[in-house]
Design a protein around this ligand. Structure first.
Ligand SMILES: Cc1ncc(COP(=O)(O)O)c(C=O)c1O
Length: 395
């Protein structure tokens, strides 16, 4: 079949995702749904908060005239204003509606930003471990992904980053709380990153944009505060969605926000709106824009995720895994007891436990557990984690 060579290659590179998915279906058929513990997907089992359904009912009771027509490509002014107001409150920066564009999920937003900023051959830095789709998103726009590793606590290696910033670097993609590690990068790190990007940008005579991908920003534990990169780096473009914080991944609603202090922000916003239109998104879903307008202060029950983090972390530590305790999101990224994490993934499968190999996130030797599942599934997986660790520890 005449599929473009690049797409064919990327499909082959990501075929493990499909294999995992198919394996899950096969195991469920063979063993029964209740004996398979699928911790491979970042698809929250949690329902959206009651406020979402209240807003939906109120909308249906009194729908505005023309509420489902085309609108300005950036989104409804009232929705942009609500987002800007919430961002101003959270960051202390003077966000206005013109700094916000509603988009089709964070995935759609990242593609719009990369399209607006990157010419073919420009470099996009991705910080390992990273959301696997970033590589494909960069390729969509002819950009070249440059991978930078991390140190303790999955904190990106700034020395390595400094050495990999070139005259072609257009974007550094930051994702905190991080998928897959659950790390929340601290204020000290964010300040050092900002200083590095300022300095190297000035030395190279270029503009380096920090694309902060934040779909998990509100899923943060232990009462910690989120260090906003735009507070220290003006060339910050925030992309987020309500896929995780309102548990609405199927509804495809998110936004892109430019720091009010971003030099040339007005022109960049015009470019984003143009790209949102011409990439074919046109605008973010109308109904969702009507609803999330009033939900900017609402979040799913973060305490539930924190309790699951604590439970799972305890299980893994007791079973002997080397595992970092996440500060946010709903993933854990333990080290595999053997270097080839595919052996661990297979051993877990024997016990009906599905996880994702770390190589998919740019870090072989680790594996990702997604714990946005029912507690029953986590408890069912616990014996499998213990048995797999024992089996691989045996000589
Ligand atoms: C780090 C990260 N960025 C972006 C996305 C895309 O999310 P959305 O559903 O908002 O497109 C995800 C989804 O899992 C993610 O984990």
């Amino acid at each position: 079949m005449a599929i473009a060579a690049g797409v064919r290659k990327h499909m082959a590179d990501s075929s493990w995702i499909r294999r995992m998915f198919e394996l899950g279906i096969k195991l469920k058929r063979e063993r029964g749904e209740e004996n398979v513990f699928d911790l491979s997907l970042g698809n929250p089992v949690m329902e959206p908060p009651a406020e979402f359904f209240d807003a939906l009912r109120a909308y249906v009771d009194a729908p505005p005239a023309g509420g489902h027509r085309y609108m300005p490509n950036a989104g409804y002014p009232e929705t942009r204003a609500a987002v800007a107001g919430a961002l101003a409150g959270d960051t202390g920066l003077p966000y206005e509606p013109q700094h916000v564009m509603m988009c089709v999920g964070a995935g759609g937003g990242i593609n719009v930003v990369l399209h607006a900023l990157c010419d073919p051959g420009d470099e996009v830095v991705v910080l390992a471990p990273f959301f696997a789709e970033y590589l494909f998103y960069a390729a969509n726009h002819g950009a070249v992904p440059v991978v930078v590793g991390c140190g303790a606590g999955f904190t990106p290696d700034l020395a390595e980053l400094g050495s990999k910033l070139t005259a072609r670097t257009r974007v550094v993609l930051l994702n905190s709380p991080n998928n897959p590690s659950g790390a929340v990068y601290g204020a000290g790190f964010v300040a050092e990153l900002a200083e590095l990007l300022e300095r190297r940008g000035a030395e190279l005579g270029t503009e380096i944009y920090l694309l902060s991908d934040e779909p998990y920003r509100k899923i943060i534990f232990d009462g910690a505060a989120y260090p906003f990169p735009q507070a220290v780096y003006p060339r910050t473009v925030t992309v987020t969605s309500h896929s995780k914080d309102l548990a609405l991944p199927g509804e495809r609603i998110g936004y892109v926000a430019l720091s009010p202090e971003l030099p040339g922000g007005e022109e960049l916003m015009d470019a984003l709106v143009f790209c949102n239109r011409t990439l074919g998104f046109v605008n973010a879903p109308a109904l969702m824009q009507h609803l999330v307008r009033g939900l900017q202060g609402v979040t799913v029950d973060v305490g539930d995720y924190q309790a699951k983090r604590d439970y799972l972390h305890g299980v893994l530590v007791d079973a002997g895994y080397d595992v970092f305790k996440p500060g946010g999101a709903f993933y854990m990224f333990p080290r595999s007891p053997v270097d080839d994490e595919m052996r661990l993934v297979s051993a877990l499968q024997e016990h009906g436990v599905l996880v994702v190999p770390g190589r998919g996130f740019g870090m072989p030797g680790y594996f990702r557990i997604s714990y946005c599942v029912d507690q029953r599934v986590l408890e069912g997986a616990a014996p499998g984690f213990q048995a797999a660790a024992r089996a691989l520890a045996a000589p």
